[in-house]
Design a protein around this ligand. Structure first.
Ligand SMILES: NC(=O)c1ccc[n+]([C@@H]2O[C@H](COP(=O)([O-])OP(=O)(O)OC[C@H]3O[C@@H](n4cnc5c(N)ncnc54)[C@H](OP(=O)(O)O)[C@@H]3O)[C@@H](O)[C@H]2O)c1
Length: 259
């Protein structure tokens, strides 16, 4: 007789992040601010990271519950380590680190792309995520969750955004490699790849009618991502329910990658 699956008394809930100690980088505005609201509303303790302290303090004042604010640059290894150490000192541990800080300063072909700008994009979007993951993994002594904010543009190219696309494609490779390296430490590493969302970063696209039309034409659901569309993917990957999911990409894109 085959043995039946043992049914647990209670299943972990896919959105349950209550009590989790969470670091969110790029939390001063846009999608990071959105995640700070969603996680704190769900009962998590959140630490907010970005360079502009006034933005972080504004977000901290908006959200419910306890939060910490760390202003600094994610490209600085020492800064990332000091955030991880401070969270552990303050809250006794660290459960989730969301590497969300990112930039996309130009739309230009290769010849018009200043090498310094290329380096800056890779430095913030990719190296910054590595340094955050490294700092977090160092203190996640009883397991944890690393979540990177990727982009559909890391999976499909877009004219003028090759540096940004390369940085986001690199994040997928980084997540898979780290997932392997950290598997036995019970640390999962995954990417959430948003499609086109309303945020300060996307403003230039919305402001240019031809670009905005193209976004909608390529998004089968025919609309921009809204605030309620995104956080659940992060919360699932941060919850106990996703313990066996690592090295994956969750696209939250209204079907953008389908066509
Ligand atoms: N909006 C979209 O449609 C969309 C789609 C796909 C992916 N994404 C990704 O989502 C993430 C957030 O984007 P967003 O749209 O919310 O952008 P945003 O509104 O420009 O916010 C970016 C955040 O990152 C912080 N940041 C930038 N450089 C930093 C650095 N070196 N060190 C620390 N913090 C830094 C910014 O604060 P400071 O400038 O004060 O440091 C800000 O809080 C990015 O990784 C982006 O690539 C966005």
């Amino acid at each position: 007789m085959t043995e039946e699956i043992k049914i647990p008394a209670e299943f972990p809930r896919g959105s349950d992040v209550a009590g989790k100690r969470v670091v969110i980088t790029g939390a001063g505005r846009g999608l990071g601010r959105l995640l700070a609201h969603a996680f704190s509303q769900a009962g998590a303790q959140v630490s907010l990271v970005a360079r502009t302290e006034t933005d972080l303090k504004t977000v901290a004042a908006e959200i419910p519950g306890e939060s910490l604010v760390f202003s600094g640059d994610v490209t600085d290894a020492y800064f990332n380590d000091s955030v991880a150490d401070a969270v552990v000192a303050e809250w006794g541990g660290l459960d989730v680190w969301i590497c969300n800080a990112g930039i996309s300063p130009i739309v230009a072909g290769p010849c018009a792309t200043d090498p310094a700008v290329w380096r800056q994009i890779l430095e913030v979007n990719l190296t910054g995520a590595f340094l955050g993951a490294r700092a977090a993994a160092r203190v996640m002594t009883s397991g944890g969750r690393l979540i990177f904010t990727g982009s559909v543009l890391g999976e499909r190219p877009h004219e003028g955004l090759s540096a940004y696309g390369a940085s986001k494609a690199g994040l997928v490779g980084l997540a898979k490699g780290l997932a392997l390296d950290l598997a036995l430490s019970d640390i999962t590493v995954n990417v959430v790849a948003p499609g086109w969302f309303d945020s300060p970063l996307a403003e230039t696209w919305k402001a240019t009618p031809a670009r905005a039309e193209r976004v909608l034409a390529h998004t089968p659901q025919g609309r921009w991502g809204a605030a309620a569309d995104l956080p659940a993917a992060y919360q699932f990957l941060a919850s106990d329910a996703s313990a066996f999911i690592t090295g994956t990409v969750v696209n939250v894109d209204g079907g953008y990658l389908l066509k």
